[in-house]
Ligand binder design. Sequence first.
Ligand code: SAH
Length: 257
Amino acid sequence: MFNFKKKYGQNFLSDKNLLKAIVSDSEVSKDDTVLEIGAGAGALTQELSSIANKVIAFEIDADLEETLLSLNLKNVTFIFQDFMKVSLKDFEKDLDRYKVVANLPYYITTPIIFKLLEESEKVESLTIMVQKEVAERIVCEAGSKDYGILSVMIKFYGEAKINRIVKRQMFNPMPNVDSAVVTIKIDRAKYASINREKFSKLVKTAFSMRRKTLLNNLSALFSKEILKSKFDEKFLTRRAESLTIDEFINLYKILEK
Ligand code: SAH
């Protein structure tokens, strides 16, 4: 009998209809290569294997190796490693475009999303099971209480939608929260002229103290004199949580000049 490891965020799925629905949300077809993060006992891996051309699945827990290898899935490569320690540059060397499909370990959901957004040159889309509240932060618009760095950066790299809400009872063991399946489609051409790292630094600084104005937060990067010479007071007294992605892009472009 397998002992679930809480520290690895192990909450497994088994409902066939749900697994098929996730694969359908991902729009994976027979031409696709799929990256799965956290194969668990392979429930989702098996569904993916029957639809995709090829699946590469990471799993950190060596205790699952026997179970996964005994599934004997011909078009699946299992890699028993911590995904956060993988160099995506090396990983992508021999690959074309690919799609990510995963029921993510919740303790590192955001780091995994940022790793893929920031380091990958070849990922096309992410269809991921995340906590419902993270899903809300991913898709929400400016002005909402959930709007933050994650919301803005997702809009910078592409666009996201919630496909379905998944009740906690669907997982074994059952987590304390409900979940949602989100799809993020990546569009690298969208803001190709913008330096990703500088933009990300600007967004993070703008949100560093949520209750503070743009003037106060951005003064960590630019002097108040410079900020006042480029923007009017009304704008500078706004908070980051009210800025749309277009307004962030404008802010960036004016500050770059
Ligand atoms: N896909 C399976 C399991 C999802 S649970 C299913 O849907 O049933 C999340 C899985 O991620 C667990 O098996 C856990 O061991 C694995 N995991 C946790 N941290 C990881 C990491 N850093 N790298 C790779 N896998 C990880």
